[in-house]
Design a protein around this ligand. Structure first.
Ligand SMILES: Nc1ncnc2c1ncn2[C@@H]1O[C@H](COP(=O)(O)OP(=O)(O)OP(=O)(O)O)[C@@H](O)[C@H]1O
Ligand SMILES: [Mg+2]
Length: 300
């Protein structure tokens, strides 16, 4: 099984703009997912989004935890509309999108509506078309997929070019992460994952959890060993009460408590991620579509 720890290797990530280019480079589309719920995905997404924005990236955050999403709540945003209005054709993407901290563009999830907990093919297509029609340019798109192995979660993971799985030191979280990776591998042939370990007591514990997950994947996904599954380590985030306190203030911890342990971990993880090479391989039609449409910022 291939695996890689790429911390500290400075590699051009392809999302840097070259003033001489006629077309902006294709954006990175990154899904953030977990098997088990409550492991810290949404906090990872919002803090990574702000961290990327501070690196001068134009960031789009799609809250795809349809029905249960809370990105707008955690950031104290006054979002009148959500993805539901978009999917029902009632509002345009520009009307639905809200501006968050550091100018991160956010598409809020539909709150408490069962209607979209399993997107139909025409709704997936509509969503893709709406994003295709987005006028703003985007360097990085982050997707909070929600947890589990529902059709929606698998769909948004496959729609992304990169998949970050968030786990906590809780063994149940690793077990559910295997189930998610197994589902993505078996149903969609997905073989490349990135891992972020959240709520650890020490960086050492974070790396130990990463190694445990690697061994677990090898054991649990052994029938697929020949397929060369790889799991890159993006790092860990220390358990820190500042995360909850920031949520109480309706802010991301990187803004509310910039000097906190968790804040520094998120910034470090974003830096590591930004320095990782981006695979040019596209996995499927939708990714091609999203990357192409989001990168359609050509002057010519
Ligand atoms: N590094 C951390 N240290 C301390 N608490 C944390 C940390 N990360 C997340 N939390 C807390 O864990 C809880 C869950 O976080 P979050 O909402 O980000 O998880 P989630 O995976 O998105 O959950 P869900 O699956 O319900 O969407 C929150 O109360 C949050 O404040
Ligand atoms: Mg969440």
């Amino acid at each position: 099984m291939g695996n890689a720890v790429t911390i500290g290797i400075p590699v051009k990530d392809g999302s840097e703009r070259d003033a001489g280019d006629k077309c902006a480079p294709a954006p990175r589309v990154i899904a953030v997912s977990s098997g088990k719920g409550g492991v810290g995905k949404t906090n990872c997404v919002i803090n990574l989004a702000i961290a990327f924005a501070r690196m001068d990236r134009k960031v789009l955050l799609l809250d795809a935890d349809l029905g249960l999403g809370n990105v707008d709540v955690l950031l104290g945003l006054d979002s009148e509309y959500n993805i539901g209005h978009l999917l029902r054709g009632e509002k345009t993407i520009e009307e639905v999108m809200v501006k968050g901290p550091s100018d991160v563009m956010i598409i809020p999830a539909s709150g408490g509506e069962q209607e979209f907990t399993r997107l139909a093919a025409h709704e997936r297509h509509a969503l893709s078309s709406h994003i295709e029609g987005l006028k703003a340019s985007v360097d990085v798109m982050l997707i909070d997929t929600g947890s589990g192995i529902s059709d929606n979660v698998l769909f948004f993971n496959m729609a992304a070019q990169e998949i970050i799985i968030v786990v906590s030191p809780d063994p149940a979280s690793a077990a559910d992460a295997y189930s998610l990776m197994a589902a993505l591998l078996k149903k969609h042939g997905e073989r490349r994952f990135k891992l972020l370990v959240n709520a650890v007591r020490s960086k050492k514990e974070g790396f130990a959890v990463y190694k445990r997950v690697l061994f677990g994947v090898e054991r649990r996904l052994s029938p697929f060993r020949g397929l060369n599954v790889s799991i890159d380590y993006i790092g860990s985030v220390l358990r820190d009460d500042s995360v909850g306190k920031a949520a109480g203030q309706r802010k991301a911890v990187v803004d509310a408590f910039p000097g906190s342990k968790a804040s520094r971990c998120y910034l470090e993880a974003a830096r590591t991620l930004s320095e990782m090479p981006v695979s040019k391989d596209l996995k499927g039609g939708l990714q091609f579509l999203w990357r192409r449409m989001l990168s359609a910022n050509c002057n010519s």
